[in-house]
Design a protein around this ligand. Structure first.
Ligand SMILES: [Zn+2]
Length: 96
């Protein structure tokens, strides 16, 4: 998996570099290890941010904050699809 941030040695010390923009995104560290820790945290945050993005609902097109590919319908449509799904008739919604 291609990560956005990596640790690079600069003249002033170690720092986190954004591979895409080539911009330095952290302060300088005198040793590599704290820079790596910072870099890991930034990559984790970035991965979360990418997964959690706004998508359009498959049914009505309204935008929703999706947690991932499994989540592509807004709450309203998800409730409706349960109401109208014939397979659900034997197990009416509301008795959860
Ligand atoms: Zn919807």
């Amino acid at each position: 998996m291609a990560e956005v941030f990596e640790v690079r040695r600069f003249l002033q010390g170690w720092a986190v570099l954004n591979r895409t923009t080539k911009e330095r995104e952290s302060g300088f560290y005198s040793s590599r290890s704290p820079a790596l820790t910072r870099c890991d945290a930034m990559n984790r945050e970035e991965a979360l941010r990418r997964r959690r993005k706004t998508r359009a609902c498959l049914c009505c097109g309204r935008s929703l904050l999706s947690e991932g590919n499994h989540n592509r319908m807004c709450d309203r449509c998800r409730r409706r699809s349960h109401e109208f799904n014939p397979a659900m008739v034997e197990h009416p919604v509301g008795e959860i």
